[in-house]
Design a protein around this ligand. Sequence first.
Ligand SMILES: [Fe+2]
Ligand SMILES: [Fe+2]
Length: 271
Amino acid sequence: MRKASNWNDLPAVTLLNDTLVRTGYRSDGAILTFNIIAPSMKRWKPHSHPFDQIVLIIDGHLILEVDGKGYEMGPRTIARVPGDVMHTGWPVGGAPVLNIDVFAPARPDYLFLTEHQTDFRQPEALKETFHQEPSQEEFKGEIVADPKGLVYNWADLPTEDVLDGQMTRSAFRGDDCLVVFNKLKPTMTRPEPHSHPFDQLVMVVEGNMALEVDGEVIECGPGSVTRVPSNVPHTGWPLGNKPVLNIDVFAPPRADYLPLASYQKGFANGR
Ligand SMILES: [Fe+2]
Ligand SMILES: [Fe+2]
């Protein structure tokens, strides 16, 4: 069985004296960056971009600075930085941080990170970049004691039962993407394949699953990232006897799952 790509093995760039290692993976409408942050990484200068940014923390703790205030994010949390809002971040707690950022649309200045995905063409010229700049300046603002409303624990998101309770699903949205968390029970059996006119990024955080794409079965373990192209039949089910936590990213945000994100403020319900 072919193994899926792993975000730890993709071509990486290193930044800020090797304190940040970054890989990337894209879909038609979004780009993911995987950031391995050393505990010694300093605070970057705050920056902004006209598109929003979804910040997922897999491991470790960091302070996400948004509009001058600091919000602590721990393992398995998610937050959204709206477009045009100044933000930055830095690790706290002495352990490395693994963070995944989601940008939709797929920002052109990061597409070079996805050269390994040969089914996409690279842009010929860059019109605009939004690169961060290092800074030695300490943060002087307030750390918000209760980051609720900006930082969400994955485990606290509203969930719905799917496939007669064989899995549960929750979601978190940005302007142009939807991040979906699926918890698969080990006893879940293979659903019939389906397809949709938009593509799908499939990541696995814990457990092992089989992802069947156009008849080929791909083994996906922790750290795996795969793209299912649009209109291609696919399905997935757990391998082994552990539950699976899988994160899918859809850009544009698929309308049939949007009600799952209606708890988020700042979006018209169902838009
Ligand atoms: Fe940013
Ligand atoms: Fe799908």
